[in-house]
Design a protein around this ligand. Structure first.
Ligand code: PLP
Length: 814
């Protein structure tokens, strides 16, 4: 019924011929072999695993593209995220297509082990950590819920750097050339591209609010589409990533004048814009190239969204009925100004109408309260790169502050706090609300001004498809068998029905066996990759996340050292009472983050000593797994006994590894911070180990650490002993760690010394519980099955209902 070109029957027959039944092994093998021989131009005789992976991925991609794409829903959500930490796709895609068995069998028949093919895939690591992985979980949920949603991001040629660890324990960074091989998951859409301008001049058009922005440099943003399959639905969502390209291959004037270098320079300048992901997590770097990335991505996405709307031939004031744009943190806020610019300057919409439309179209999520993460651009840099946008910001700010002044006459301090422009030399353009703590002062100003309605809390979530079904298939099977259906995978609340199974000895045995199998799988990887033997009967504690002072890997490694010193002193009788620990760390440090890198170095050097000290025996192992990634997380998370989440109270906005680890049965050892609060509420405080100062007390303790310091000995004698051991070169190069220890001796901004005693006490409770395996397993079961609300399906549904006002687009059965 949609054919406007050619013969409908010919089209339909051809399309049907492309469909493969989900159980049709030969049909799947046919499509794989077709890609081997035609797309890759290879033969059975010279096909290696990489080639087999590529042909298989292309065959799966065909299946995805033959599926349904929401198109009837009137209103769509566009999710703008500068990071998409997707990880691998193949396993996830065949699971979502319900074709895993078919592909596994087809691979086998073609002479390949499917698991080996999975390992050929490189992670799409276009993100630093939580923020980018959240976007990945959300788009999985949007597809699964049949919500009409699109993702927009950047196609970085190089993702997050590869982390290498030198023989002295230093982090070294290497490029991540993930696109060196063909990426079978993306579809280049060279036909979808938009011009992007930087620099240049602005000329006002007299008697209007319009202006003409011209000159400067122009480049193109070209679209690359990545299909995102929903689970248990035929729906496939789209993630559109932009790559920067020169408008012309080279500059003809320079070329003709014989200056070859100059003729190609501008084209490589353009491509540099999307060359590499900024490797900072929760840390703002005021670099022009980053602002270029942000503007290219925002402008291209908006031009794309508006082009789609313009096909409807509707007036601009109806845009909010069709479009909602969700900004993942502050990185895309320039898109607000870009929409204003397009509406005013190009579409000739009056200023007030444009502002009315804009305020209805955008929604923004704040993900951090750390002051160093809040973006603010030096005004001269901003004005040079985006002169017209600065003018529009001035107007928005003036109107806004006039309103504030009307409501709060004479309150100059409030106006200063709320202004988009920060006074000073230089001035700054603030992209976020600025203050030590958003929740307190500044946030209160905005709530007072706009009313509570403008603000909502949405608890984050993770997709149970990747973070349980895919990474822990045995546990998923146990849940499905016990519940009698796999409906829980799209309605995670249902796992709470399994809570009473904690009291069933047979179920506990099955649950425990799965954990041990997962630990054995991890142990094998550690042995083959790092040459390290670990005891699967020891407690696997996992702190796996970016290295950051606020996340306090310090508490953990100092706790390990404390344990080591204790073991060294223990009598044979005392040794028998010490629980066996395997302390697992993984995570990257931003390349310029000196203190974070010192923590890695300390962990690695402690590991070296401890793991080879015959006195220690099997009581303690310390593991630093290099190059943490989504794929590494998928092996670690199902194997964890303890989820270490020990950020200083009031610093972690949410965290999501706490949810993934909980869902896989790891007990929470954590501070009362971020989503730990809600997790502890749901699993019950009896089933978690909480520690540390509460957020309400942090400021007072911090103040006293800074202005009224007591010696470390008094704050924590145990920590003082640990520091002495480090300084005495126990782990080599004691002086190297001086700057790290000094942060704690001096100001201890993150309260490491103040929480150390409480941390050790909580670890003792962990050890006591471990001695009673039946009790431990009960709490592990109660943790896993209390995690029903931490699914990204619930988060995304919350957004759809309370912020986006969008409905699912029903997907036909066939
Ligand atoms: N990095 C990777 C590779 C992840 O998979 C995750 C997921 O939880 C994170 C970072 C975020 O970890 P956290 O919530 O502990 O900061």
């Amino acid at each position: 019924d949609e054919w406007t070109v050619g013969d409908a029957q010919t089209w339909k027959t051809a399309i049907e011929a492309e469909q493969v039944d989900k159980d049709d092994v030969q049909g799947v093998a046919n499509t794989v072999v077709r890609h081997v021989t035609t797309t890759l131009a290879r033969q059975a005789g010279n096909l290696d695993e990489l080639g087999a992976y590529q042909a298989t991925a292309l065959s799966v991609r065909d299946q995805l593209l033959n599926r349904y794409h929401t198109k009837n829903a009137p209103k769509r959500v566009y999710y703008l995220s500068i990071e998409w930490l997707m990880g691998r796709t193949l396993d996830n895609a065949v699971l979502n297509l319900d074709m895993r068995n078919t592909y596994e069998t087809a691979s086998q028949k073609l002479g390949f082990n499917f698991e080996d093919l999975l390992n050929e895939e490189r992670d799409a690591a276009l993100g630093n950590g939580g923020l980018g992985r959240l976007a990945a979980c959300y788009i999985d949920s949007m597809a699964t819920l049949n919500l009409p949603g699109w993702g927009y991001g950047l196609r970085y040629s190089y993702g997050i750097f590869k982390q290498l660890i030198s023989s002295t324990g230093e982090q070294l960074e290497a490029p991540d050339p993930w696109l060196d091989r063909e990426n079978p998951w993306e579809i280049p859409r060279l036909d979808v591209s938009y011009p992007i301008r930087f620099y240049g001049r602005v000329e006002a058009i007299p008697n209007t609010s319009r202006a003409i922005w011209s000159g400067g440099n122009e480049c193109l943003a070209v679209a690359y589409d990545v299909p995102i399959p929903g689970f248990a639905t035929k729906n496939t969502a789209n993630l559109r990533l932009w790559a920067a390209r020169p408008i012309q291959g080279f500059d003809l004037n320079s070329f003709n004048a014989g200056n070859y270098e100059a003729s190609v320079a501008s084209s490589s300048d353009a491509e540099n814009i999307t060359r590499v992901l900024y490797p900072n997590d929760n840390m703002y770097a005021g670099k022009e190239l980053r602002l270029k990335q942000q503007y290219l991505w925002c402008s291209a996405s908006l031009q794309d969204i508006l082009r789609r709307y313009q096909k409807l031939n509707l007036p601009w004031d109806q845009l909010p009925d069709y479009v909602v744009i969700q900004m993942n943190d502050t990185h895309p806020t320039i898109s607000i100004v870009e929409l204003m610019r397009i509406l005013i300057d190009e579409e000739e919409v009056p200023y007030d109408v444009a502002w009315g439309i804009t305020t209805k179209v955008f929604a923004y999520t704040n993900h951090t309260v750390l002051p160093e993460a809040l973006e603010k651009w030096p005004l001269p840099l901003f004005e040079n790169l985006l002169p017209r946008h600065l003018q529009i910001i001035y107007t928005i700010n003036m109107n806004f502050l006039n309103e504030v002044a009307k409501r709060f006459p004479g309150d100059m301090d409030r106006i200063r706090r709320m202004s988009i422009i920060e006074e000073g030399s230089p001035k700054f353009v603030r992209m976020a609300l600025h203050s030590q703590l958003l929740q307190s002062t500044i946030f209160r100003d905005f709530v007072e001004f706009k009313g509570r309605d403008g603000f909502t809390n949405v608890t984050n979530g993770v997709t149970p498809r990747r973070w349980l079904l895919q990474c822990n298939p045995r546990l998923a099977q146990l849940i499905t068998d016990t519940l009698g259906s796999e409906h829980w995978l799209v309605n995670l609340k249902q796992i709470s029905q399994l809570l009473p199974m904690a009291d069933n000895a047979e179920f506990r045995r099955a649950f425990r066996e799965i954990k041990i199998e997962n630990k054995a799988r991890l142990a094998e990887v550690l042995h083959s990759e790092l040459g390290l033997s670990v005891d699967v009967d020891s407690i696997f504690t996992c702190q796996i996340k970016r290295l950051h002072e606020y996340k306090r890997q310090t508490l953990n490694i100092f706790g390990v050292i404390h344990r080591y010193l204790r073991i060294k002193k223990a009598t044979p009788a005392e040794r028998k009472k010490i629980a066996k620990h395997t302390a697992i760390f993984a995570g990257k440090a931003a390349p310029g983050y000196y203190i974070a890198k010192l923590v890695i170095r300390l962990v690695v050097n402690v590991a070296k000593l401890v793991n080879h000290d015959p006195d220690v025996g099997d009581l303690l192992r310390v593991v630093f797994i290099p190059d943490y990634s989504v794929s590494v997380a998928e092996v670690l998370i199902p194997a964890a006994d303890v989820s270490v989440q020990i950020s200083t109270a009031g610093t972690e906005a949410s965290g999501t590894s706490n949810m993934k680890l909980g869902l896989n049965g790891a007990l929470l050892l954590g501070t009362v911070d971020g989503a730990n609060v809600e997790i502890a509420e749901d699993v019950g405080e009896d089933n978690a180990f909480l520690l540390g100062h509460l957020a309400a007390d942090v400021e007072a303790v911090r103040y006293s650490n800074s202005y009224n310091p007591t010696p470390l000995e008094e704050r924590s004698p145990e920590l003082a002993a640990v520091f002495k051991a480090i300084e005495a070169n126990t782990f080599g190069d004691g002086h190297v760690y001086e700057p790290l220890l000094k942060t704690i001796y001096d100001h201890d901004y993150y309260l490491v010394s103040n929480d150390f005693g409480s941390y050790l006490a909580a670890e003792n409770l962990v050890d006591e519980l471990w001695a009673d395996q039946e009790e431990w397993t009960k709490k592990s079961i109660r943790t896993a099955f209390a995690m029903g609300s931490f699914t990204s399906d619930r988060s995304v549904q919350d957004y759809a209902d309370s912020i986006w006002s969008i409905e699912p687009d029903p997907v036909p059965e066939n």
